[in-house]
Design a protein around this ligand. Structure first.
Ligand code: GLC
Ligand code: CA
Length: 541
C-alpha cells in the first residue's frame, strides 16, 4: 500500500508545458504565460489537474530556460511576475496545481552569483561555483567537449556539466544551500504546489577525482530543500539519471523526506540503440520496461512516474508505434498501456493529440544546443544526409515545435504574420488540435475518457496491479483491483489476434475502436478496458 501522502498524488494528472512553444499571446513568436492562461480550460477538460511548467525564470535562453539568470523573476519573453501570479490564481480557481521546474545544479553564467564569483577569490560569491587552477579531471560535458571552461576574468576553470554557459553550483558551500532554500520558499509562498527538479542527482559531486553525480552528500542536500516543515507537503519529482532501485529507494521512500517520485528513464530507450540511432522495436519493448518497473516500485511502495514523453524526448509513437496509417490507434493504445498503471501520470503537450515526430531537411531548421553539438560530432564521420537523419531522429526539437492548435499558417500558435521562434511542426497540417477534436478518431477524446475513468475509479489509484499476459503474448493485459472492484486493461500490439481472458467481464467502458466485447479478435493496436464480473460470478476457463 502506498503511504497516504503518496496515494493522494496518484490522483494528480500532470500536464507538462514547454511554455516557449505552447501558446503565444502577444505575437512575438514566443509562447508565454498569458498564452498558458488562455489554454487552461483546454487542459482541465482533458482531465489534467496539475500543470508542470518548464523553466520560466529569467534566462538568456541558451538552453531554453535551463540556464537560469534569476530564479525569482520571470523570463522577459514569458511575461511578468503579475502574469505568474495570475496564472497561479487561475489554476487554483480551477482546482488545479502548479509545478515549477527548479534547476539547482547550475545557473546561467549571466546569473548575478556567477558574475560576482568570476570577479575573484574573495567576494561572498567566490565559492558559489567550482573553480580550479587546472581541470582536476577529464569529465565531459553532457552536451559535448570538456566539462571545464577557462574563465579569463578569474583566471581559473569552472565546471559545467552541461553547456559552457551553465556553470555548476558548488553545493558544498552552505551559502548555496541557503540560497536555493530561499528560492524554493519564495515560490512556495507564492502558492506553488510542487517542483520538478532538474538533474537532481548531479548536484552533489565527488571532486576532484570521484563521480560527477550521486556524490556522497546528495541526500543531505535534497533534504535541505524538501525535507523541511515548510516543504514537506510539496509534490516533488526529480529528474534522476539512475535505474538502480536502491538509489531510487533512497530518494523516494516516504520516510526519507526527500522526493515524492523520480522519473525513471529506462523505457526511454524503447525503439533506439542510442539517442540518435533507431532500433526496430515495437510495443513489447515498452511493455517489458513497464512490467519491470511496476513490479520493482510496487514491491517497495514507491510512487512511480508514468510518462512516455517530455521536452527532451522524441515522440514515443514515432519510435515504437505506427505514426502514419495507425497513428490514432498507436497513440491511444500506448496511452492505455501506460496511464492506467499505478503511479502519477504526466502528459506532455501534444501527446494528447497523438503528435508524431517531425522531419526537416536542413540543419538550419534545428535550434537545440544538444542537436547542434551532435550534428558537428556526427558530421566528422558521416555524410550530410546520414547526419540529418540522425538529428531528425534524436533531436530535442521534436517535442519543442510550436503546439499545433490548427492548420493555419502558424498553427494558431502565434499570429499569422509572425515568425515563430522554432519552425512549425512538419506534420502540423495533418495533426493539430482543431482537426483532432472534430475527428471521429480523436486522440484527445480518448485521453479524456481514459482520465475520467481513472479519476472515478479508485482501483486505478491505489489498486493492485497484476499482469495477466506473458511476455510472448503480443499484447499487454493487466488488472487493477481494490476491494471487490477489479478492472482489466487489454492492449494489443502490432498484429491482429484472438484474445481470451480467464474471467468474465462486463462490456468495455473504454476502447479505442469501439469494441463491444472484451474478448475475441483484436485489430493491431486495439485496446479495451472493462470491469471484471464480481468474484461470485467468476469462473476459470
Ligand atoms: C535536463 C533538462 C534538459 C536540460 C538539462 C540541463 O536534462 O530536462 O532540457 O537541457 O537538464 O539543465
Ligand atoms: Ca509571446
Amino acid at each position: 500500500m502506498l503511504s497516504e501522502k503518496y496515494n493522494e498524488f496518484t490522483k494528480w494528472v500532470i500536464y507538462q508545458i514547454y511554455p516557449r512553444s505552447f501558446m503565444d499571446s502577444n505575437g512575438d513568436g514566443i509562447g508565454d504565460l498569458q498564452g498558458v492562461i488562455s489554454k487552461l480550460d483546454y487542459i482541465k477538460e482533458l482531465g489534467a489537474n496539475a500543470v508542470w511548467l518548464c523553466p520560466c525564470f529569467k534566462s538568456p535562453n541558451e538552453d531554453n530556460g535551463y540556464d537560469v539568470a534569476d530564479y525569482c523573476d520571470i523570463m522577459d519573453e514569458f511575461g511578468t511576475m503579475e502574469d505568474m501570479d495570475q496564472l497561479i490564481d487561475e489554476l487554483h480557481k480551477r482546482g488545479m496545481k502548479l509545478i515549477l521546474d527548479l534547476v539547482p545544479n547550475h545557473t546561467s553564467t549571466d546569473h548575478a552569483w556567477f558574475r560576482e564569483s568570476r570577479k575573484g577569490k574573495d567576494n561572498p560569491y567566490s565559492d558559489f561555483y567550482y573553480w580550479f587552477d587546472v581541470p582536476p579531471n577529464d569529465w565531459e560535458s553532457s552536451f559535448g567537449g570538456s566539462a571545464w571552461q577557462y574563465d579569463e576574468m578569474r583566471g581559473q576553470y569552472y565546471l559545467h556539466t552541461f553547456a559552457v554557459v551553465q556553470a555548476d553550483l558548488n553545493w558544498e558551500n552552505p551559502a548555496v544551500v541557503k540560497a536555493m532554500q530561499d528560492v524554493v520558499d519564495f515560490w512556495v509562498n507564492k502558492g506553488c504546489d510542487g517542483f520538478r527538479i532538474d538533474v537532481i542527482d548531479c548536484i552533489a559531486k565527488d571532486l576532484p577525482n570521484g563521480k560527477d553525480r550521486l556524490g556522497p552528500r546528495l541526500h543531505e542536500y535534497i533534504r535541505a530543500l524538501f525535507g523541511r516543515e515548510k516543504t514537506a507537503h510539496l509534490f516533488t519529482v526529480g529528474e534522476g539519471n539512475t535505474n538502480d532501485i536502491e538509489d531510487i529507494v533512497l530518494h523516494c521512500a516516504p520516510d526519507r523526506n526527500e522526493l515524492s517520485t523520480l522519473f525513471i528513464f529506462e523505457h526511454m530507450e524503447c525503439g533506439r540503440s542510442d539517442k540518435f540511432t533507431p532500433k526496430e522495436e515495437g510495443l513489447k519493448s515498452l511493455r517489458d520496461y513497464l512490467v519491470y518497473w511496476q513490479n520493482e516500485t510496487g514491491k517497495r511502495d514507491l510512487l512511480y512516474s508514468l510518462f512516455i514523453e517530455n521536452h527532451d524526448q522524441p515522440q514515443m509513437i514515432s519510435r515504437i508505434g505506427n505514426d502514419r496509417e495507425l497513428r490514432y490507434e498507436s497513440a491511444t493504445d500506448i496511452a492505455a498501456m501506460v496511464y492506467l498503471l499505478k503511479g502519477v501520470p504526466f502528459i506532455y503537450q501534444g501527446q494528447e493529440i497523438g503528435m508524431p515526430a517531425a522531419h526537416y531537411d536542413s540543419i538550419d531548421d534545428f535550434d537545440d544546443v544538444e542537436s547542434l553539438g551532435a550534428y558537428r560530432k556526427y558530421r566528422q564521420t558521416l555524410s550530410e544526409e546520414e547526419t540529418i537523419e540522425k538529428i531528425n531522429f534524436g533531436s530535442r526539437d521534436n517535442p519543442r515545435h510550436p503546439m499545433a492548435w490548427d492548420d493555419s499558417k502558424n498553427n494558431g500558435f502565434t499570429e499569422e504574420g509572425c515568425e515563430p521562434w522554432l519552425i512549425t511542426h512538419s506534420r502540423a497540417e495533418e495533426v493539430n488540435v482543431k482537426k483532432d477534436l472534430v475527428s471521429e478518431k480523436s486522440v484527445y477524446r480518448f485521453y479524456q475518457e481514459l482520465l475520467k475513468l481513472r479519476e472515478e475509479n479508485s482501483a486505478f489509484h491505489d489498486g493492485n496491479v497484476e499482469v495477466i499476459s506473458s511476455p510472448e503474448d503480443g499484447c499487454f493485459i493487466y488488472t487493477r483491483s481494490a476491494g471487490d472492484e477489479k478492472w482489466v486493461v487489454i492492449c494489443n500490439f502490432e498484429k491482429d489476434q484472438d484474445i481470451e481472458l480467464p474471467f468474465e467481464c462486463e462490456l468495455p467502458l473504454l476502447s479505442n475502436l469501439g469494441r463491444s466485447t472484451s474478448t475475441g479478435r483484436y485489430s493491431p493496436y486495439e485496446c479495451a478496458v472493462s470491469k471484471v464480473k464480481c468474484a461470485a460470478g467468476m469462473r476459470k476457463k
